[in-house]
Design a binder for this molecule. Structure first.
Ligand code: FAD
Ligand code: SF4
Length: 511
């Protein structure tokens, strides 16, 4: 007989590994492995998401007539051994995995198998739009690569939002229209949430007991854990929230970490939703006139462009990629990353939702938390570990390029054309955070000056040799060059003192 082994982020009925299964003869193996949960100190909600979704998926498979061998084991290897003794399979079918550590673990396990078992690696689509080979072919050479070109070509080749050979509306990107700040008073339709059922409640109790030392709260678990729920979340997003997704895509508001973001990544990344069906629903909303082009194109670009692109970078550059650190940043991650208790309003508003539910939206991740880590010179590896541990949608293949590449530029521009660093100006423009912050967004060296200001200039100053040749940094370096020496020295001294204060935990307390 054949075994078809499904991992916790492959919960999709349309995968070849399941579509080609013989329901009479084959057995589906699923293993909840304790050792896997300890690779990093994962957020409690992430553990609940994976275990509950796996158990729901096993139930769905059984309902569809499959034989499921669902095991709780110390390790994948132990789970496999127990399964082998029970079923004695001659063939094992596995969907190809993307994460490097998991790939190596599977290769090691395969090496140790006896000759009478053959392993077959099946296509990972529709978990992604492209296979690993296809995405790597679209990123020739060693880089650097550009997300724009990758997105245009892929959208063209897949015929998404196309009018013949031309993009619908005449432009490939409507990003310029998607940068409106949302000041207090703007309201967004509520997102769809899901109440834990019996299975999820049981998992919550288990996680509370076994993983009490892991970070994150478990008071309010809202995530879809089965396909039926994920589809409801998708449909509600498309009908109620997609229309305003574009315009306010980059905005941030006190008390609303969701705004018009889809919150679909947790479901897409474990297979409950297929990226192509999400794209098709968004495209259909545009065709029916239910959502404007800037929203639909902006949303589709995240999936066709960024999601596939990031995976491609990961596949091309691992394992060396995880160690990149072009700015040689070594500072430790501050303690408040695990409590959210800080007097910097923007950081508090971006970190607290992560502790509460494993989520904050893209601009909070990029322009607040990532920006903070870069300007304070925090170790990129500690930063990516934190993102990997804390987010409901985190997997190595998507965390490393987003954190090390996009947010920190620690890869020296392999995937983006310039560092996403900014002073308080950007946050003040795009959010209402600064209005409730004890720091002043316009002050630079005063006692109450926003830390981002001096640190921004300090970052540019100390990395001038690495960044001055970048055409997109020319203007900012010419502004720096025009400052008089006293001014520069005052900014350097302020930055030095801020970094000393950070080491002493100053931002954990009130001014
Ligand atoms: C520092 C940093 C860390 C990140 N960590 C993760 C992570 O662990 N897991 C993750 O899935 N995404 C990550 N992203 C990308 C992006 O922020 C999230 O995909 C998005 O915020 C998820 O929320 P959403 O579903 O509401 O997304 P929306 O804003 O509604 O976007 C729609 C979908 O597009 C995809 N998407 C958007 N941007 C990206 C991107 N840059 N890379 C890959 N897919 C993208 C996601 O599938 C997402 O569900 C990170 C980005 C940054 C800057
Ligand atoms: S003043 Fe500075 S620290 Fe405070 S919210 Fe604004 S950007 Fe953040």
């Amino acid at each position: 007989m054949s075994t078809r082994w499904i991992f916790g982020n492959q919960l999709c009925m349309d995968l070849p590994v399941l579509k080609e299964a013989d329901r009479e003869k084959d057995v589906i193996l699923m293993v909840e492995a304790d050792s896997r949960t300890l690779w990093q100190s994962y957020h409690k909600q992430k553990l609940v998401l994976i275990f509950s979704s796996m158990r729901h998926f096993a139930e769905e498979l059984t309902d569809k007539g499959f034989t499921v061998d669902y095991r709780k084991a110390e390790s994948f290897r132990d789970g496999w051994e127990a399964h082998r003794q029970a079923y004695d399979p001659t063939d094992v079918h596995i969907t190809k995995v993307t994460d490097d550590r998991m790939r190596r673990a599977i290769a090691k396990w395969e090496k140790g198998l006896s000759d009478d078992v053959t392993v077959h690696y099946e296509d990972e689509r529709p978990l992604f739009l492209l296979s690993a080979e296809e995405v790597k072919e679209r990123l020739p050479g060693d880089g650097p690569w550009q997300a724009d070109g990758f997105y245009r070509n892929l959208r063209h080749d897949l015929g998404i939002l196309m009018d013949g050979e031309r993009p619908i509306g005449g432009k490939w990107s409507y990003d310029q229209e998607n940068r409106k700040p949302a000041k207090s008073g703007v309201d967004f339709p509520k997102k769809r949430t899901f109440r834990p059922d019996e299975i999820t409640e049981e998992v919550i109790e288990e996680v509370k007991e076994t993983y009490s030392d892991h970070p994150g709260d478990l008071d309010d678990f809202i995530w879809p854990v089965k396909r039926e729920e994920a589809l409801k979340a998708l449909n509600q997003f498309i009908s109620d929230r997609l229309p305003t997704f574009g315009t306010y895509q980059d905005a941030m508001l006190i008390g609303d970490p969701y705004m018009s973001h889809s919150l679909l990544s947790s479901a897409i990344n474990i297979g409950l939703l297929k990226p192509m069906e999400v794209i098709e629903k968004a495209e259909a909303a545009y065709e029916k006139g239910d959502a404007p082009l800037n929203a639909v194109e902006g949303f589709i670009r995240q999936i066709v462009g960024w999601r596939e692109y990031m995976r491609g970078i990961y596949l091309k550059k691992m394992p060396a990629y995880k160690n990149v650190n072009v700015f040689n940043h070594k500072r430790d991650l501050p303690a408040f990353f695990y409590t959210g208790e800080t007097n910097m309003k923007c950081m508090e508003q971006s970190i607290k939702p992560v502790i509460e539910r494993g989520y904050s939206h893209h601009i909070q991740r990029l322009m607040v938390i990532g920006n903070f880590a870069n300007l304070f010179g925090i170790s990129p590896q500690q930063t990516s570990d934190w993102f990997n541990e804390m987010y409901i949608d985190a997997y190595d293949w998507v965390v490393l390029p987003n954190v090390l590449g996009m947010a920190l530029y620690a890869d020296d521009g392999l995937l983006s054309t310039k560092p996403y660093v900014s002073s308080a100006n950007y946050i003040n423009k795009m959010s209402d955070y600064c209005s409730e912050c004890p720091f002043h967004p316009k002050h630079k060296t005063e006692d109450d000056a926003c830390p981002f200001n001096a640190l921004y200039w300090d970052f540019l100053d100390r990395n001038e040799d690495k960044l001055t040749g970048n055409p997109r940094m020319k203007l900012i370096y010419s502004q720096w060059g025009k400052r008089d020496e006293d001014d520069k020295e005052a900014l350097r001294n302020k930055a030095k003192s801020l970094k000393q204060q950070l080491s002493k935990g100053a931002f954990d307390t009130n001014l």
